[in-house]
Design a binder for this molecule. Structure first.
Ligand code: FE2
Length: 191
């Protein structure tokens, strides 16, 4: 799949619309996991999947999602269109990471994105309870253990993470890929 925009243009767009450091770092984490997943699930589309990850929360600071959660996703798509980068495949992926906006995930790309989004925050939360706070220290088995503790990082949607299985990938492989992908850019993530 050929993206309408390059990774560099996507990064410029992210910085144009999103100023909060936490949101930007989160976008990089989801990009990294999406690239890792694509290497396995869609090897020809690694860049494309990465850009979808990078831009999935593009409207974080512009959509009125605190008042109406259904705006999170559609506003990102509007920005893409207004900037001349409208792309139905990418827009559907962005919308379906927030089913509250009315679009459920249906494709491999869409399942990967809705699963990668909470996984990035979940792994970050686990890293932060380690003495060194490093993602490199996070063990696979602590991720599976914490996954079952509903009260730990309760905001990380377990059901969404489990949707990775709809792509044919096991949760175990997903965890390994997410840990490896985030560790590769640990400096950028500050983890
Ligand atoms: Fe997100």
């Amino acid at each position: 799949m050929e993206a309408k925009l390059t990774r560099e243009q996507a990064n410029d767009l992210l910085h144009k619309y999103v100023k909060g450091e936490n949101y930007i770092v989160h976008s990089y984490a989801v990009e990294a996991i999406m690239r890792g997943l694509a290497k396995k699930l869609a090897p020809d589309d690694v860049e494309y999947w990465g850009i979808c990850g990078l831009l999935h929360d593009l409207d974080e600071e512009t959509a009125p999602w605190r008042d109406d959660f259904a705006t999170h996703g559609p506003v990102s798509c509007q920005i893409l269109q207004d900037e001349g980068f409208g792309d139905p495949v990418m827009e559907n992926a962005i919308k379906s990471h927030n089913p509250a906006c009315g679009k459920n995930p249906e494709t491999t790309l869409e399942y990967a994105l809705i699963a990668a989004d909470p996984m990035s925050g979940f792994i970050k939360a686990i890293a932060q309870i380690y003495p060194d706070k490093k993602v490199a220290s996070v063990k696979h088995k602590s991720v599976t253990k914490r996954f079952k503790e509903a009260r730990f990082a309760a905001g990380a949607n377990r059901q969404y993470m489990s949707l990775i299985e709809k792509t044919g990938m096991s949760m175990d492989e997903f965890i390994d890929i997410a840990l490896e992908s985030m560790t590769e850019i640990a400096d950028v993530l500050g983890l």
